[in-house]
Design a protein around this ligand. Structure first.
Ligand code: HEC
Length: 219
C-alpha cells in the first residue's frame, strides 16, 4: 500500500510538472483549440499563411503537392491558391523575401516555420499571433514575445473584422502550422486506436489460450 501511494504521488508530481512546463516562461497562453480534422480550416489557414506569412517565412520541409494531397486540393488549385502560379507543385514552400533583406529590415532572420508547432506548441503560436497590443505611443508590443522584431501582421484583420473572425484567422493559421509540423498526425492518432484494439483482442486470445493450456494441469 505504501509503495502504491509512493508511485501515485510520483505520478502526480510529474503531472503537475508537465502542466507547469506548458505554461512556461510566466506567459499565459490562450488555448488554440484548433482541429486538424477540419479541412476547411486547414485550407483557410494555408491561404492565410500564403497571404500573411510567406512574405517573410518559409516552410522548407513542406512541398506543395503534399499539402494538395492532404488537404484535398488538386495540383493546379494549390499553385493558384498558395503560390499565385509562381511555383510548381514539386517545390518546397519558400518565402517571398529576398535573401539578406530581412537582416537589414528586422535585424534578424524570420525563422522557418515547418517545425514551429512542434517546437513551441499550437497554443504558443495562437497566442503569439494574437499577442499584439498598442502602447500609449501607438507602437505595437507583443506580450508573448516581448520586443519581437515581427510586426503585427494580422493588424488588418484585428482592426477591421469581428473578434470571432480575428480569432478564427489565428486559429486557422495555427491549425495549418500544426498540420505542417506533423503531416501524418491524424493517421498516427487513428492508427493508435487500431493498435490498442488489436492488442486487446490479442490479450483476450492469449488469455483463452493460457486457460486452455493450463486446464489439465494441477496448479
Ligand atoms: C514582415 C515579415 C514577417 C511576416 C509577414 C511574418 N513574420 Fe513571423 N517573424 C518575423 C520575424 C522577423 C521573426 C523573428 C522575431 C524575433 O526573433 O523577434 C518572426 C518570428 C515568428 C515566429 C517565432 C516566434 C518565436 O517565438 O520565436 C512565429 C511563430 C511566426 N513568426 C509566425 C508568423 C506567422 C504565422 C505569420 C503569418 C500570419 C508571420 N509570422 C508573418 C517576420 C515576419
Amino acid at each position: 500500500m505504501k509503495q502504491f501511494l509512493l508511485i501515485l504521488s510520483f505520478c502526480m508530481l510529474s503531472l503537475s510538472a508537465s502542466v507547469q512546463a506548458s505554461g512556461g516562461y510566466g506567459i499565459t497562453l490562450e488555448p488554440a483549440q484548433n482541429n486538424l480534422r477540419d479541412q476547411d480550416s486547414l485550407k483557410r489557414g494555408a491561404i492565410l499563411f500564403s497571404n500573411y506569412c510567406m512574405a517573410c517565412h518559409s516552410l522548407k520541409y513542406m512541398r506543395y503537392n503534399r499539402i494538395a494531397r492532404n488537404l484535398g486540393w488538386d495540383e493546379d488549385a494549390i499553385v493558384a491558391e498558395m503560390a499565385y502560379g509562381q511555383s510548381t507543385v514539386y517545390e518546397d514552400v519558400t518565402t517571398r523575401i529576398l535573401p539578406g533583406v530581412a537582416m537589414d529590415v528586422f535585424g534578424t532572420e524570420p525563422p522557418d516555420l515547418s517545425l514551429m508547432s512542434r517546437l513551441k506548441g499550437t497554443d504558443y503560436i495562437y497566442s503569439f499571433l494574437r499577442g499584439y497590443e498598442q502602447n500609449e505611443k501607438g507602437e505595437w508590443e507583443n506580450h508573448v514575445l516581448k520586443g519581437t522584431a515581427m510586426p503585427n501582421v494580422l493588424e488588418g484583420i484585428q482592426r477591421h473584422s469581428s473578434e470571432e473572425e480575428y480569432a478564427e484567422a489565428a486559429r486557422d493559421i495555427t491549425n495549418f502550422l500544426d498540420y505542417v509540423g506533423e503531416p501524418s498526425k491524424i493517421d498516427r492518432l487513428d492508427l493508435g486506436w487500431k493498435v490498442v484494439a488489436f492488442l486487446l483482442v490479442l490479450l483476450l486470445l492469449a488469455y483463452l489460450l493460457k486457460r486452455e493450456y493450463w486446464k489439465d494441469i494441477e496448479h
